[in-house]
Design a protein around this ligand. Structure first.
Ligand code: AMP
Length: 458
């Protein structure tokens, strides 16, 4: 028999995953609501694709040689449960573009002839080494613009519009000092020529590089440019630049993107080393980095054009461009900015002797409830719940205590979570009244039950 007195070991959230508690989720919801509102202004509709897909989708769509597919995916053999089913390899999505393009193909969205502007918000899964800003389950807010060529899907205007939308979104969210880094990785032919040049340039020096870069130099030389390995930077900086290998089409496409950004006044920095980790990118690639809150994981979002992805997945030609914002990193940045602002405001207040500054506009937390109802005795519990029901039906936010609580305890609970306390004693229930105390002013009144909602709303 097992020893029932022995405490059982506790179970913790899996490494690299986290719980978002109610004091954190208001900020997440605010970010998501802002993103939805901005996307709507640009004509995007929401798409929700499954959290798991067949492994083959990512192998083909993201690329076997990428870190994501070669070492970071959560993949399992899903066994058949019935004779009619086949066992298959499934994977928790490490990103959403492949799933969105699969859905575009599966539902023949291209046959509408219209440009498809789709956005998503949801978790992604990668078996990375967890650290601040890097998790195994993380959230992305992303969008894709794709369609048949006749819908204008490969126009440089689309690239510029997506980038301008991101600049507006980050501004509206209050993200400061973001930096847009931009490059063009050319079309398939440009990339093929550049790959040859890179391989040639790497051949005499690759033995001097770290083992990862030696492998990449063979399998996917473009990825060497992504490397953060300190010792290899000098060699990497001396490698040929993709800009010198762009054909006239890619060059002209890229200059039109830049011209439209200039017209909108969106600042950018050209970064010839920005090739990004995923295989499907063509032409415009970009990243937005920030200086506050993220440390080394300073890439807040990334994206680019993927003109051949649909065909790689067996679909029709459907040029497209998209991005994914790391929502966890966006939130970390907003929190760090907020902390810096609070500190600066306090220091400014102390320096001028002006006393404590009003920082309420900087606080992002759980809003207080309109009222806490305290029944004074268990006999008042039913009337308390009925009052709560009536007030909630009128849109007020209400918590109800319990008649067994001592009055001091009710006041303690109420003060922590609500702006008012409503006391409901035997007299009040009998006379259809209630006593309402407002914590901020200390004012206490006995009023008719029907007047409570007006008072709470005032
Ligand atoms: P990617 O899909 O790799 O282009 O990533 C797009 C964005 O997602 C990055 O710029 C990060 O902000 C975010 N991101 C990627 N991997 C992680 C991770 N493991 N944890 C948190 N955020 C991530």
């Amino acid at each position: 028999m097992s020893n029932t007195n022995k405490p059982r070991p506790t179970i913790k959230a899996v490494r690299g995953t986290r719980d978002l508690l109610p004091d954190q989720t208001p900020l997440w919801n605010k970010v998501e609501a802002t993103a939805r509102a901005v996307f709507a202004r640009y004509g995007f509709g929401e798409i929700r694709t499954p959290i798991f897909e067949s492994t083959e989708l990512f192998a083909r769509g993201v690329g076997e040689e990428t870190d994501i597919v070669s070492k970071e995916m959560f993949t399992w053999e899903d066994r058949a449960r019935a004779a009619s089913e086949k066992a298959q390899s499934l994977t928790l999505r490490p990103e959403s573009t492949a799933g969105v393009v699969r859905a575009y193909i599966e539902h023949k969205l291209g046959e509408t002839g219209q440009l498809q502007k789709l956005y998503y918000i949801g978790p992604q899964f990668r078996r990375e080494r967890p650290q601040r800003g890097r998790y195994r389950q993380f959230w992305q807010i992303g969008a894709e613009v794709l369609g048949p060529q006749t819908s204008g899907s490969d126009s440089p205007l689309r690239d510029a519009e997506v980038l301008e939308m991101l600049a507006s979104l980050l501004d509206e969210l209050g993200i400061r000092d973001w930096k847009l880094e931009l490059n063009s990785v050319g079309n398939t032919e440009d990339r093929a020529r550049y790959n040859i040049a890179l391989k040639e340039a790497l051949a005499p020096v690759k033995h001097l590089m770290c083992p990862d870069n030696q492998r990449r130099a063979e399998t996917n030389p473009l990825r060497v440019l992504d490397s953060k390995d300190e010792a290899d930077q000098e060699i990497i900086n001396a490698l040929p630049k993709i800009a010198d290998y762009l054909g006239p089409d890619s060059s002209s496409h890229f200059s039109q993107v830049l011209a439209a950004l200039d017209a909108c006044g969106v600042p950018y920095h050209l970064n010839p080393r920005l090739v990004r980790g995923l295989d499907y990118y063509t032409r415009t690639t970009f990243e937005f980095t920030v200086t506050t809150g993220l440390g080394t994981q300073n890439a807040m979002l990334g994206g680019g054009r993927y003109d051949g992805l649909s065909e790689m997945l067996g679909g029709p030609k459907a040029p497209g461009i998209g991005f994914a914002i790391g929502e966890d990193r966006l939130i970390l940045t907003l929190q760090a900015q907020n902390e810096a602002d609070i500190k600066a405001a306090q220091e400014a207040g102390a320096a001028t002797g002006a006393g404590a500054p009003d920082l309420s506009h900087l606080e992002i937390g759980v809003p207080k409830l309109d009222a806490y109802i305290a029944p004074l005795g268990v006999a008042q519990n039913p009337a308390a719940l009925k009052l709560a029901r009536d007030l909630r039906a009128q849109g007020l936010t209400i918590e109800v205590g319990d008649g067994s609580f001592k009055i001091g305890k009710s006041f303690g609970f109420a003060d922590a979570i609500a702006r008012n306390i409503i006391l409901l004693g035997e007299d009040e229930v009998a006379s259809d009244t209630a006593t309402v105390k407002t914590f901020a002013t200390g004012e206490q009144v006995k009023i008719e039950r029907s007047q409570i909602s007006n008072r709470l709303k005032s």
